[in-house]
Design a binder for this molecule. Structure first.
Ligand code: NAD
Length: 304
C-alpha cells in the first residue's frame, strides 16, 4: 500500500517508516523537519508544515495514499507554551484527516497517548482499576493530554461522518524506546533507559509503561492490514508485555502512587499497569521485545 507517515522523522516515526517499508509498503514520510535522506527502498520524504492547510491539501492531492499513519505533533507535555501544544496538535490532526479523506484515503491510524488518563496531576490521581484498559475514564489536566483527547474525538467524528467507508483508528503508544536508546541514547525525557530503571521514580509518573518503537511499528502494520475487520474508531493501548521496572508493580505502585495497594496487588510478577489484551484479541498483535532482551551490554537478569 502507499502510506503517508506524518512525523516520519521523529523518534517513533523513524521506526514506523523503516518497519512499514520493510513490510513492502511504499512510504511517503512527511515532517516539518528537513528530510533525513533515508536510504530505504520504497521511502520518499517530504518537508511539509501540516499546520498549513493548503500545503497539507496539496500533499494529499499529489500522493493520494491508501493509508495514513498520523504521528506528527508536539510530542512532549510542556515542551512548548500550553496554547501552542493544544492548537498545533488538534489542528494538524484535523487538517491531516480532512485532507486525507478528501483525497481518497480509506485507512487512517492516529497516535494518541496514555496521558489523557490524567496521571501526574499536581492535585493527585488514582487509577480506578489495574491493569488499565481502553474503558478506563480519561481526566486530562494539561494541554498535551487535552490535545490527545481532542484528537481521539476528531477521529470519532470523522468515523461517524464517513459511516465506515473510511476505516479510522487510534493507538495510545506507551513511552516509546527507539533502537538507539537501548544502546544508551537519551530517551524522550533526557535520561537513559538504564537511568529510568535505576530510579523507579522516573518511570513511575507514567506508570512504568513503555513500548519498543519497532513493536509499535509492527502494531501499525498489523492494524493497516486488518482495518476492515476492526470496529470503526477503535482505540488501542500499545505497550510492552512487562513493566519498565526491576521490581513487581505490586510493590512499586503503592510507593509512588499511595493508595493503590489493593489495586496493584492484582498485578503479578512482571505484569505492566496497562492491558494490551484488546490489541491481542482484535488484531492478534503482541509485542516481541522487552527491556530485558533489548538493553545492550545488560547485566540485568529477569525477575524470578
Ligand atoms: N514518544 C513517546 O513516548 C510517545 C508516547 C505516547 C504518544 N506519543 C505520540 O506519538 C507521536 C510520535 O511521537 P515521537 O516520540 O516520535 O515524537 P517526535 O517529536 O520525535 O516526532 C514528532 C514529529 O512530528 C513533527 N511535527 C511537529 N509538528 C509538525 C508539523 N506542524 N508539520 C509536520 N510535522 C510536524 C516533528 O518535526 C517531529 O519529527 C506523537 O503524536 C506523540 O504525541 C509518543
Amino acid at each position: 500500500m502507499r502510506v503517508v507517515v506524518t512525523g516520519g522523522a521523529g523518534r517513533l516515526g523513524r521506526s514506523v517508516v523503516a518497519g512499514l517499508a520493510g513490510h513492502g509498503h511504499e512510504i511517503v514520510s512527511v515532517d516539518l523537519r528537513e528530510p533525513l535522506r533515508l536510504a530505504l527502498d520504497g521511502v520518499t520524504e517530504r518537508q511539509v508544515d501540516l499546520t498549513d492547510a493548503a500545503a497539507c491539501d496539496a500533499l494529499f492531492a499529489a500522493v493520494r495514499p491508501e493509508a495514513v499513519v498520523h504521528l506528527a505533533g508536539i510530542a512532549v507535555p510542556f515542551a512548548a507554551p500550553e496554547r501552542q501544544i493544544f492548537t498545533t496538535n488538534s489542528t494538524i490532526a484535523f487538517t491531516t484527516l480532512q485532507a486525507a479523506i478528501e483525497h481518497g484515503t480509506r485507512r487512517i491510524l492516529v497516535a494518541s497517548s496514555p496521558t489523557p488518563l490524567g496521571y501526574g496531576s499536581p492535585h493527585g490521581w488514582m487509577p480506578e482499576y489495574l491493569p488499565i484498559d481502553e474503558d478506563h475514564p480519561l481526566r486530562p489536566w494539561n494541554a498535551y493530554a487535552l490535545s490527545k483527547q481532542t484528537i481521539e474525538n476528531t477521529v470519532a467524528t470523522f468515523s461517524r461522518q464517513t459511516g465506515g467507508s473510511v476505516r479510522l483508528g487510534v493507538f495510545r503508544p506507551c513511552f516509546v524506546i527507539s533502537p538507539e536508546e537501548w544502546r544508551g541514547a537519551p530517551t524522550q525525557q533526557g535520561h537513559t533507559v538504564r537511568e529510568r530503571l535505576d530510579d523507579p521514580g522516573l518511570a513511575a509518573v507514567s506508570l512504568f509503561n513503555y513500548i519498543d518503537a519497532r513493536d509499535a511499528a509492527d502494531f501499525i502494520d498489523t492494524w493497516i492490514g486488518a482495518a476492515d475487520e476492526v470496529p470503526g474508531g477503535s482505540i488501542f493501548y500499545v505497550g510492552a508485555a512487562d513493566a519498565m521496572a526491576r521490581k513487581p508493580l505490586a510493590e512499586l505502585m503503592p510507593l509512588y502512587h499511595p493508595g493503590t495497594e489493593q489495586l496493584a496487588a492484582g498485578l503479578t510478577g512482571t505484569e505492566p499497569a496497562f492491558s494490551i489484551t484488546k490489541a491481542e484479541r482484535l488484531l492478534g498483535w503482541r509485542p516481541k521485545r522487552s527491556w530485558r532482551s533489548e538493553l545492550i551490554d545488560s547485566d540485568e537478569s529477569p525477575l524470578s
